[in-house]
Design a protein around this ligand. Sequence first.
Ligand code: 6PG
Length: 241
Amino acid sequence: MKMETRVFPDLDALSRGALEEMLRAMQDAIKQRGRFAVALAGGRTPAKLYTLWAHAENYGVRTPWDRVHLFWSDERYVPHDDPVSNYRMTRETLIEHVAIPADNVHAMPTDSPDPAKAAEAYEAELRSFFGAGAPAFDLQLLGLGVEGHTASLFPGSPALEEKKRWVAAVEVPAKSPRRLTLTPVVLNEGRNTFFLVSGADKREILAALRSEPSSQASQYPAGRIQPAGRTLWFLDEAAGG
Ligand code: 6PG
């Protein structure tokens, strides 16, 4: 597949590069639609970006937090204060440092005994947010797992074939197996998609993705996310140099 990549010397530089592009996408979205809707990723790589965003005023850019809406592309089905919660990571790196209204923080619910019910509730929240329009995030941040997973869409997952539902409750072959994830129905609508990929352990999967013919559906979940909007791959040297 074709990838538009930006390669940076290290995670710090990658995060600064991604922040710059993100702030540009934010300004465009607010100018055009009056708000900036972002789907956030978990993982080690984006945490740095969230910290930088929280302090972006230091770089002379003011984020109008009342116009920003935070959503998540996936979540571990654990309480929000659990150490492995994606929400918790974002709260600690970003949310508690900025003046974002509580109503603009759309965490995936994880308190129902039935994850399928939570997936339905989150889909209802997305449907009310996007109204009659397509579920097109202004920006979706995604990670890449060594076996090609993105969000909590793992190889072979039935959620990859989903044609209707926007959010799925899944069991994945990784730590915290119970997860909620956005499905490709949503992720293939994104106006901007940034994959954030760092570390030498990602070299092999990046090479495999790059060498796949664009004419065929990818065998990797990350390669199945190909929205018509802009997709950029932010890589550090270790992963993609
Ligand atoms: C998980 C991981 C995963 C992560 C990617 C990339 O599913 O358990 O947290 O979703 O985002 O594996 O991870 P890093 O950015 O930490 O390399």
